[in-house]
Design a protein. Sequence first.
Length: 411
Amino acid sequence: MRIRRRTDGIEPSRFHWRDLVSESTAGLLQRPARAALTALGTVLGVGSFVAVLGLTATAASQIDARFSDLSATEVTVQDISGEHTEFEDLAFPGDADQRVERLNGVAHGGVLWTVQLGEGQEVRSAPVAGAGAASQIQVVAASSGALLAAGPSVREGRVYDRWHDTTRQRVAVIGVGMASRLGITTLETQPALFIGDEAFSVIGILDDTERKADLLLSVIVPRSTAQEIWGPPKDGAEMLVSTRVGAAQQVAGEVPVAVRPDHPEYLRAVPPPDPRTLRSGVSGDLGQLFLVLAAVCLFIGSVGIANTTLVAVMERTGEIGLRRALGARGRHVLAQFLTESGVLGALGGLIGTSLGVTVVVGVAMAREWTPVIQPTTVVAAPVIGLVTGLLAGLYPAWRASRIQPVEALRR
């Protein structure tokens, strides 16, 4: 602080920028522990901001790939024959699997529906009615092509094939959770389950499926077997078709004619949504959600800075009064405390940005993903830390500038 005198009076004091930097640095270094704790709020806030946005972008890129591999290669064909005639029980012929699989671009396809069991026809693992029964278990009739189109991962045994379908074998495939529920721990003992009075040999236990995850919670039996025992579906059936990448739209237009050339209007093919629209929608929703979370983290950090800076102002009241008595103006005190809070915010922003990038890269490496971090996020994060520090220190600095020298020296 420099005071210049003139012959005709006293020139008002000036606070040079070099003095401002030196005084602010001295104020921070006098209490390094408090300065570190004050900056910690910004470190956590900015670090969370960078980490959340980076992880969002990284996860969105993985969602993009999954949509391309799964959602963009799945076609569902619905049986709507009931809208046209009351004499058609099932619009899909017996050889619907073979017809659809002849289409170019189709990997697998088949018919499936949920079996409507009668009263007392619960699923159980023992031949005696009521013993080992598990209520509310869904039974799904699925052709071998539909089962393959679901992309099953077999833990033990195998899935049934076209021979089981053609010869109407009493076989079943269940998920690992359903096997545990029914008390089936291994296939070495050739276990069986009972649906009503009908016995089915369990030939496979599924660990997971790429599509139709509800199949893991069901007992899956061949379509022809279900149709022979319980008749055609009462609530309609559908066809699940898995295609190669890029062929879904074309296959959806060809399936009704290929399966029912006599009445293609009995079938409605539902192609997958546009992957670009779906990806952008999901990515946008994720970005907005996590941006709110990052803003909350920054707000918490700014509250911490404001609280600590205000406490520092109260503790340094005597120092502020002495400066004012020696000629410091209110704006000089305001500038000093704003500089201190801004430096802490910028420093916390730099450290937080580094920690956030480290977290994103670490998580991506652990998950074997490709880390995606927008350059604008990395550049803007330290600036956000600086702005956060300035805004958080604005009120405490204003309070400091309003302290009167006489009142301060009395304390």
